[in-house]
Design a protein around this ligand. Structure first.
Ligand code: AHM
Ligand code: MG
Length: 336
């Protein structure tokens, strides 16, 4: 029975990536090794997030506990774990983390060809109250690892080889694309393994949910304002949309991917480039959306065409179901 097969023939993420790799005979297994280090980082963060309340891991960085040991904030700790795991994989040359102002150039003796851009723990405002948070990452390939420079990561998102995220929620979900569709894995805590639970995820063509921080509405531009108005008061007889907003990009995007709809972090008068960072927030999520059959738009262009000029650059973003993003594209086109 298919159901039995599911329970006894476990497709772990390692097995999945090795299978993918066998379709590329030239590959030497470097990507599988890199990914296993990313997965290790995610398992560490998952366990730390689950224990955070108990272990008093949360609290201000630099604070000392009764034993006089310095407490590290969860996002600082997560960043250290990812940087060390990625460097020690021996497969990376440049790392860009949301937590570090400068890019990390890996020591020449430990270098590989991959560049990893990541946000080790996104959704910081949700850490202290136990709401879902996540890790986001994207992977590029450097031209020449010995001459690696920032130009290797200041590349449009369409040049990414792979992207994904891990959500630390009611379950721990790892969603990955290597440019051949999107697959979702769920951590089985008793095995310590991510198991394929959501093969070949496709986002519904049209959704019933919109997701945006409406508290910024007074500062929005015309097209965003019109779009959200349309979600609430549609004039074409279609039903109004529901609003869902966690305030953790990973959770809001994960729901959008599975249920359909649209996620918006638009520009506003106070933040003309929006809030979210191009390299490790906008690009990986846009990559996944396109791979799942959805779209991602900046208000001006296809998000994955954008060429960043700084590693921490920001951009407005509208992503989700194909038809829903089509509507916002039409409103921005009318503007011009
Ligand atoms: P952070 O890097 O400080 O955690 O901010 C990123 C988060 C995203 O996860 C989320 O989509 C967004 O900020 C929410 O912002 P806002 O609170 O302005 O709605
Ligand atoms: Mg972030």
């Amino acid at each position: 029975h298919a159901a039995d097969a599911h329970r006894t023939d476990l497709m772990t993420i390692t097995r999945y990536v090795l299978n993918e790799q066998s379709r590329h005979p030239e590959s030497r297994g470097d990507f599988s090794i890199l990914l296993s280090h990313i997965v290790l980082g995610c398992k560490f963060v998952c366990s730390a997030v689950n224990k955070a309340g108990l272990a008093k891991l949360i609290g201000l960085a630099g604070e000392t506990n009764i034993q006089g040991e310095e407490q590290k904030k969860l996002d600082v700790l997560s960043n250290e774990v990812f940087v060390k795991a990625l460097v020690s994989s021996g497969r990376t040359c440049i790392l860009v983390s949301e937590e570090d102002e400068e890019a990390t150039f890996v020591d020449p003796t430990l270098r590989g060809r991959y560049c990893v851009v990541f946000d080790p723990l996104d959704g910081s405002s949700n850490i202290d109250c136990g709401v879902s948070i996540g890790t986001i990452f994207g992977i590029y390939m450097a031209q020449d690892k010995d001459k690696a420079s920032l130009d290797d990561v200041l590349q449009p998102g369409k040049n990414m080889l792979a992207a994904g995220y891990c959500m630390y929620g009611s379950s721990c979900a790892f969603v990955l694309s290597t440019g051949n569709g999107v697959n979702g894995f769920t951590l089985d805590p008793s095995l310590g393994e991510f198991i394929l639970t959501h093969p070949d995820i496709k986002i519904p063509k049209k959704g019933k949910i919109y997701s945006v921080n409406e508290g910024n509405a007074k500062n929005w531009d015309g097209p965003t304002e019109k779009y959200v108005e349309k979600c609430k008061f549609p004039k074409d007889g279609s039903p109004s949309k529901s609003l869902r907003y966690v305030g953790s990009m990973v959770a809001d995007v994960h729901r959008t991917l599975l249920y359909g709809g649209i996620f918006l972090y638009p520009a506003d008068k106070k933040s003309p480039n929006g809030k979210l960072r191009v390299l490790y927030e906008v690009f990986p999520m846009s990559f996944l959306m396109e791979q799942a059959g959805g779209q991602a738009f900046t208000g001006k262009e296809r998000a994955l065409d954008l060429v960043p000029s700084k590693i921490h650059e920001r951009s407005p973003i509208f992503l989700g179901s194909y038809d829903d993003v089509e509507e916002i594209k039409a409103l921005y086109a009318d503007e011009i």
